[in-house]
Write a protein that binds this ligand. Structure first.
Ligand code: ZN
Length: 348
């Protein structure tokens, strides 16, 4: 090996080492102790003062894409086999190893990650997303065919929309916004600032990095009437979603009753996937996700929250351990909370 080659290898090695260390450093940014103040309490600081909350009538969707109706194409074959039931880092049925080992990046992975004005979500480079258009049933619509969601959210979305259509006869509901990247979020924010000014815009639209739309777990609804896309107010026949979405793992993320906690105005159109039985517990208790994450933090593996939904008994608890013991022959799902630990759900 020539001297030049040796020098080259040395330079490349140093470059790789520097990059690796930078990667490690960025991972440890998650461990800001200021991000872990809420274990055991349900009070979340809001950066907004909502005493003066005259909503007026700017209740429009938080994205404006001009476009026609996109129906499911004629003979689409919906291949559900490609769609996983869960994308959690630790989930499945335990038949061998009793311990599931989590990583730091798993903290911001899973159905229960908290993303809000206080807690940022860094979009992973390998984020798994699929086009709703390619997998949807004909029971609902899209305003454009490019909307993306996490793969495991598609089946519950289809199920919810199919039920709504079967029960009401309306196939007028549309998903009008789903995954958004950082630049798209900035665009939506700028659009609102131009219309209503900065202060008001920030109560409707999250800063880039702080929107649930980055996670692939959230979407906004609209509906078509008279050939036009309308603002989803969640009233009349569409109140069905508020009252029934929990059966499919979804929550109305920004209810009117939660404005002081979420720091975001009432958004009747914005739904978030959290999975069952969490959506059921949140709905039954009239909570918002912030409440729920704080509530679960009180429960440990020794004394878990035990709840029953649809004949299945679930044990739910919080742990800050990265090695999680799962009993044999137990189904489980583990989600990071995007701050300081994991929420473990086990059932048989
Ligand atoms: Zn939204």
């Amino acid at each position: 090996m020539g001297r030049r080659n040796a020098l080259l290898i040395t330079i490349v090695s140093i470059a790789v080492l520097v990059l690796a260390l930078r990667g490690v450093a960025s991972v440890f940014v998650h461990f800001d102790p200021a991000l872990a103040p809420h274990k055991g309490n349900t009070k979340y600081s809001s950066i907004y003062n909502h005493k003066d909350r005259s909503l007026g009538e700017p209740v429009f969707n938080d994205e404006h894409i001009a476009g026609g109706i996109v129906d499911t194409p004629g003979d689409i074959v919906i291949d559900s086999s490609e769609l996983p039931l869960s994308s959690a880092p630790g989930s499945g049925f335990n038949t061998s190893d009793n311990v599931v080992r989590m990583t730091i990046s798993d903290l911001s992975h899973g159905n229960l990650i908290l993303v809000n004005h206080d807690y940022r979500f860094d979009i992973p480079v390998d984020q798994d997303l699929v086009r709703i258009y390619d997998h949807k049933t004909p029971s609902f619509r899209l305003d454009v065919n490019t909307h993306l969601l996490a793969p495991h959210v598609i089946m519950p979305l289809n199920d919810m929309m199919d039920s709504f259509y079967a029960q009401t006869g309306h196939n007028t509901v549309a998903v009008i916004s789903a995954f958004r990247g950082l630049s798209r979020q900035q665009y939506v924010l700028n659009e609102h600032i131009a219309i209503m000014g900065s202060a008001e815009a920030h109560r409707w639209v999250a800063l880039p990095g702080h929107s649930e739309h980055h996670t692939g777990l959230a979407f906004d609804l609209g509906f078509y009437s008279g050939g036009r896309l309308r603002t989803f107010t969640g009233t009349g026949v569409y109140a069905w979603f508020r009252d029934n979405s929990y059966n499919y793992g979804f929550i109305l993320r920004f209810p009117e009753s939660g404005v002081n906690i979420t720091g975001t105005y009432y958004e009747p159109w914005h739904y978030r996937y959290v999975g069952l039985p969490h959506s059921y517990l949140i709905f039954q208790n009239d909570w918002v996700l912030e409440d729920y994450i704080g509530y679960i933090a009180e429960y440990s593996q020794d004394e878990p929250l035990v709840t029953e939904y649809n004949g299945v008994v679930y044990e739910i608890f919080f742990t800050s351990d990265f090695e999680i013991f799962i009993p044999l022959n137990c189904e489980f799902d583990i989600s990071g909370n995007n701050t300081d630990g994991f929420i473990v759900t086990m059932w048989r």
